[in-house]
Structures are given as C-alpha cells and as structure tokens.
Write a new protein. Structure first.
Length: 326
C-alpha cells in the first residue's frame, strides 16, 4: 500500500514539473530569433517573368553553304541548301565569330523564327561547322550558255536557287530541254546549229551534267572549277556583280561532260560573289570583252585562254555550241 501511494506521488510530481516547463517552451517557440533559426532555407532565385519574355527562342537550320556574298572583302550574307534542296539566305552580323566557307555543311542558329520566304531568310547568330568541304578538283571542260529564258523553270529557280540535271543519252537531254521550253532559246544562244551534234559519239564516252543558275550582272567573271566528292559534283564559280538580289529574268547553263563510269548522284553550284558599285568604263589599256554574238557571252578570260584545239573542234565536242571555259 505504501508503495502504491509513493508511485502516485511520483507521477503527480512528474506531471507538475512538466506543466511548469510548457510556458517557457511556448515562449521560446514564439521568439522571432528562434523562428529565423529553425526555418528551412527556401531562398530559391526569384525569376522575373519579363526577363524570360525578353529572351527570344532560337531556331536552327542545317545544310551546305552554296553561296557567299562579300562587300569589300567582308562577308555580308551566305546561302545554305538543306538535304531537300530548300534554300536559306542568312545575313551576317559583325559579331559572328565563325568563318563561313563554301561547301561546308553547317548548323546555323538564329534568334526567333526563320522567315518563310523564298529563299527562307534570317540573321545568323551562330554557325557550327559539322563537316568541312573536302572535294577534289576534277579536270574537265566547262561549256557556258548564257542569256537563257524559260518560264517553266522560273518557279523551281525561285524556290531552289539552282537546278542540276544529269543525262546519259541524247534522248534524255533533248526531252528535258523540250519539256522545259529550253530548246529554242538554247539553240538561239549557241547559234544556228542543232544540239544533235552532241550525239555524235559524245554520249558513248560521256555523261552530260547541266547546272542552271541565275545570270549575274557580271563586271568580272573569275575562275570556274569542278570538284567531285562522294558522288557529288560541285561547280565552283567566282564572280563580281552589281546585283545583290536575284531577278530570275535570265539564266546561265553550264554543261559539264564527265567520263562514263563516274558515279554522280547530285550536284551543287558553289558561288562566291563580290558586290561592286564600280560601273566606270574600263581604261583603253585593259582587255575589253568582245561583243556577244548570237547571245553568247564572252569574257576576257575566254579571249586569252579559250582557243579550242583541232581535237576539241571535232563534232563530238560541244564547244561549237557553247562558250568553253577551261
């Protein structure tokens, strides 16, 4: 009995002591200094909604650089052709750190969207080279036909910027010219000869590849070179022009024979254009170009270097029909 009474007294004492401490603990819990010490650290950065709205989203486009336009040696724009031959025209700002080079495959980043024009247009923010151009020079003749007009190819030229076709026989070539309204203008340009002269043994040894591009208002036409890389044919042109935009009023055709057995699946024109506003008359000491005959354009280089040999003048060579540029 005494033990029971002692146990009850002990329980009452413990309860009394516990109740006496609760007010102090409650007071401590309400102490602002304790609240600050015990709160978890939720100091996440505050994001200003206006900041995210002012940061434009970026858009990318990938393809091969097919044209570079320069003014006084500085790059002002470049064209990119993607795998589906879609064309992009990118303006260049002074802070672009990557040097753009013809033939390179690149990924171009722009702020915002790319304008849905033809060609699609934007200002390049950054250029990343994914594959450098590694084409090897291929020795062959290049025959030029200028002043071509054909309404049927206007739409494709406006969307793609250039056309590439390959022919393994005269019939294929003639059919394409007829279907696209090129035969009459082609023959007018090269003279009063029929293109059938190309059949005299020509297609037995060669395939014919044709590039079509817009005709520049040329002040000085420079080098022409042919490259081959991984079954792709490249025609590289360097020109000086007074026109910064393409007008699609007339076209140039470049005929390139390649020996049969050479695999060619696609082709690109790589064009380097230097803009010029110098339209002054050349001095008498300079080599003046001859007057065009039958619509054929002759450049100063042609006068000096393009004298066909006897072998080139035979019927199997199309040099009688078009301007030869070696």
């Amino acid at each position: 009995m005494i033990r029971i009474i002692a146990l009850i007294i002990l329980c009452v004492t413990i309860w009394a002591v516990g109740c006496s401490k609760l007010p102090n603990e409650d007071m401590n819990s309400n102490d602002p200094s304790n609240i600050q010490n015990e709160q978890p650290d939720n100091t996440d950065p505050i994001v200003n909604p206006d900041d995210t709205q002012n940061q434009p989203e970026t858009t990318t486009a990938e393809g091969r650089i097919t044209e570079i336009t320069r003014n006084n040696g500085e790059t002002v724009s470049f064209r990119v052709s993607d795998k589906s031959k879609g064309e992009y025209l990118f303006n260049v700002t002074s802070d672009l750190s990557t040097e753009v080079k013809l033939g390179d495959i690149v990924t171009v980043t722009v702020d915002g969207d790319i304008s849905e024009t033809s060609p699609m247009q934007a200002t390049a923010k950054d250029v990343n080279v994914t594959e450098e151009f590694g084409g090897a020079v291929h020795t062959t003749d290049i025959y030029t036909v200028t002043g071509i007009s054909a309404a049927k190819i206007d739409e494709q030229m406006r969307s793609d910027g250039q056309i590439f076709k390959s022919f393994t026989s005269y019939e294929e070539c003639q059919t394409y010219l007829e279907e696209n309204g090129l035969t009459e203008k082609f023959n007018e340009t090269v003279g009063d000869m029929d293109i059938t002269t190309l059949t005299d043994g020509f297609f037995e040894e060669n395939d014919l590849h044709i590039f079509i591009c817009d005709e520049n208002t040329v002040v000085n036409e420079g080098e022409k070179e042919v490259y081959l890389q991984d079954s792709t044919l490249f025609l590289r042109l360097k020109t000086t022009t007074t026109e910064a935009t393409l007008r699609n009023s007339s076209y140039e055709l470049y005929l390139i024979p390649i020996k049969k057995g050479t695999e060619v699946n696609e082709g690109y024109i790589l064009r380097e254009t230097e803009l010029s506003d110098n339209l002054s008359e050349p001095s008498p000491e300079e080599n003046l170009p001859e007057e065009p005959q039958n619509g054929e354009q002759i450049t100063p280089d042609d006068q000096v270097n393009d004298t066909p040999s006897d072998e080139q003048s035979e019927g199997t060579d199309p040099s009688q029909e078009a301007e030869e540029t070696n």
